[in-house]
Design a protein around this ligand. Structure first.
Ligand code: PRX
Length: 656
């Protein structure tokens, strides 16, 4: 458990914040929900599903053939109708759905629910005219522009599954995902804005499509107006293909288990896994948790989730949850420092944001930038603050509460995963007391356990592995095309339980603390990257003989990637020398996976520390990367190797 040591110490935090009485009285969910859900879990979820609009009601709430679940069996609904049309039908068409804020200042667009519906219908018509139909897959590779949300909803409307690929991923990553999903159409843009300058996106698609025969068309959003290469017959400007379409589209209802999206995420072995989510259960839990966890009042709230649509948070809490609830939200294209390090705070003040949902890594960055920046803006509109993606250290939690939340906003630290589809563990504002740094406990209707290595529950207090002991509506339905891998990865470690891959402990008050991953998955700024993926990228370089990658604790990004590499031949002979070679390797990783996977440090070494049986001792590499005193080296085949690597790391660390 790479993060355990530090966080265990922090989890002795004893401060506790009780919900203010006023908030408790007005909260959407009351304490009795826990009891009610515990007594009749399926009844509780059926009640939440009832908040959606179904064309055909379900016959059975859950069909559970472990580990395969079907929720709301026989029910039929259209996800896009639930997210858009029904709000217009209810008379809320004039409500703003998206306050879109571009990275360049004054580049903004407001879309009402009526306008969103018009755009989604036209895009659905465009996709159908390109031959996309129910059951097909569409790849979305876009920056944070409204067309990303519109495309997702258009796919949902026609029953096609989308697979969104984060714009920071490389062309190679696109190839892997498009090929695995056999996508028919790719939706992209000429480029996006990144720290004030336009950056390109389409070239990565062009390069990828040389190797993706399943793709027949590419829809290209004009965002930056930069020149792009064009393949006649394959490429279409969004403005030509979409804007000419009829503004009405008759939506058909689909089975509750119709695939809604695939989202690729890193696991501890091999290539990223295509996590499959379906419609009825997913939308039920995304919508309910969004409403309950943020105590959402759709008529008055202005909600802002800062996640990119390329990650699951951007799916469940930027697209599906908020829109199913008909709230007004902010969507921001750029980085936190574009146009000034107080950009976020100026957006909050301008739009009167009431609920902010972001990641600890962002909070820690703002802490570094100083309190005077948020202090320049009126953020009194804020009333609930959320955190997601990685454990939040109590110091960052307290800063978030005091500096951003003016000591009055409850903080909801929400634990969940791409696989869980929606929030599983979190306090509820107005109901649950909070402890800085803790996600507190499972939501009503969710069953979690902490078990020891044998799968035996540790009981009311104690640490071990986090498991989910009952199926939940938004659970993944599998890994795309690989049922065996699904069973092996999640359901084989502990009999009858879903193994999340996280360590956790119950403290003396039976409050839950998440302690980070226990497998080979690193968490870099809230993004999942596996050590093996980065190792494979490194060894695919012709000069690399062997590579070992570890996640090292980092004060801002949570963890950082540190790679230990042995090379074939002598790279110091290269023109650019060893330093130039390290840069080349970092760029090579960016090309293979994406810039987010670039190691913070690469240590070149003649050998890696191995046991006598040839196993790389990662534990020691973590010690080295974190500049800690080295653990036991007696089992090493050659203890001098480690001393040498430690010295090199010491030099690198003192330089940075
Ligand atoms: O280790 C946990 C961490 O992020 C992992 C899931 O990553 P991903 O699928 O990319 O989804 C991130 C957004 C939901 C988990 O296995 N994680 C997520 N939220 C928290 C967290 N760890 C501690 N506290 C959290 N609130």
């Amino acid at each position: 458990m790479t993060q355990q040591t530090g966080l265990e110490a922090l989890s002795t935090e004893s401060r506790r914040f009780d919900p203010p009485t006023e908030l408790a009285a007005a909260a959407n969910v009351k304490a009795e929900a826990y009891e009610r859900a515990a007594q009749d879990r399926l009844g509780f979820w059926a009640e939440q599903a009832g908040r959606l609009q179904w064309e055909t009601p379900w016959d059975e709430v859950l069909d559970w053939q472990p580990p395969f679940a079907k929720w709301f069996v026989g029910g039929r609904l259209n996800v896009a109708v639930n997210c858009v049309d029904r709000h217009v039908d209810a008379g809320n068409g004039d409500r703003i759905a998206l306050h879109w804020v571009g990275e360049p200042e004054d580049d903004t667009r407001d879309l009402t629910y009526t306008e969103l519906k018009r755009q989604v219908c036209m895009t659905a018509n465009a996709l159908e005219s390109l031959g996309v139909s129910a059951g097909d897959r569409v790849c979305i590779y876009l920056p944070m522009v409204p067309e990303a949300v519109i495309s997702m909803l258009a796919c949902a409307r026609i029953g096609a599954a989308h697979t969104v690929v984060f714009g920071g991923f490389s062309s190679q990553a696109l190839v892997d995902r498009i090929t695995a999903a056999e996508a028919k159409v790719v939706i992209t843009a000429d480029g996006g804005y990144r720290r004030g300058a336009p950056s390109a996106l389409k070239p990565a698609v062009d390069e990828a499509l040389e190797r993706c025969p399943s793709v027949t068309n590419v829809l290209v959003v004009k965002r930056t107006r930069q020149d792009v290469d064009w393949v006649e017959g394959r490429d279409l400007w969004w403005s030509d293909a979409v804007d000419s379409q009829p503004e009405e589209h008759e939506a058909q209802a689909f089975d509750a288990e119709q695939p809604l999206f695939l989202l690729y995420t890193s696991g501890s072995t091999g290539k990223p896994k295509g996590i499959l989510h379906t419609s009825g259960g997913y939308l039920t839990q995304a919508a309910w948790t969004h409403w309950a966890v943020f105590d959402l009042k759709p008529e008055t709230d202005v909600y802002w989730c800062t996640a990119d649509v390329g990650w699951v948070t951007g799916h469940s809490y930027l697209t599906y949850g908020p829109l199913a609830n008909g709230v007004t939200q902010v969507m921001y294209e750029g980085t936190p420092d574009a146009g000034g390090r107080d950009r976020w705070w100026s957006i909050i003040a301008k739009y009167g944001v009431t609920i902010l949902y972001t990641a600890p890594t962002a909070i820690r960055t703002f802490m570094k930038w100083g309190e005077d920046l948020p202090a320049k803006h009126d953020m009194s509109s804020l009333r609930v603050l959320g955190s997601v993606g990685e454990p939040i250290n109590p110091e960052a939690w307290m800063w978030y509460r005091r500096v951003i939340g003016g000591d009055r906003c409850p903080i909801v630290d929400t634990w969940w995963q791409t696989e869980t589809g929606a929030i599983m563990v979190s306090p509820l504002p107005g109901v649950t007391s909070t402890k800085p740094g803790s996600a507190m406990g499972p939501l009503p209707g969710i069953a979690v356990d902490v078990v020891d290595g044998e799968g035996v529950s540790v009981g009311e207090t104690g640490g071990g592995f986090l498991t989910l002991s009952e199926p939940w509506p938004s659970m993944l339905r599998g890994i795309w095309g690989d049922d065996e891998r699904y069973k092996d990865t999640y359901w084989s470690r502990f009999e009858g339980q879903y193994f999340a891959g996280d360590g956790a402990k119950w403290d003396e008050d039976h409050v839950l603390w998440l302690l980070g991953r226990v497998d080979d998955v690193m968490n870099i700024s809230g993004h999942r990257i596996s050590t093996t993926e980065v190792e494979s990228a490194l060894v695919s370089h012709p000069k690399v003989a062997e590579a070992a990658v570890v996640g090292a604790a980092d004060p801002t990004t949570g963890q950082a990637i540190v790679a230990f590499v042995t090379v074939k031949g002598d790279v110091t002979d290269d023109e650019s020398g060893a330093e130039g070679f390290v840069t080349e390797l970092r760029n090579h990783v960016a090309k293979e996976i994406g810039a987010i996977a670039k190691p913070r440090q690469i240590v070149l070494s003649p050998e890696l520390p191995k046991t006598r049986s040839g196993k790389i001792m990662r534990r020691l590499l973590v010690d080295i990367a974190e500049r800690r005193e080295l653990g036991d080296v007696t089992t090493l085949a050659d203890p001098t190797v480690v001393t040498q690597i430690d010295e090199t790391m010491g030099k690198l660390a003192s330089k940075s």
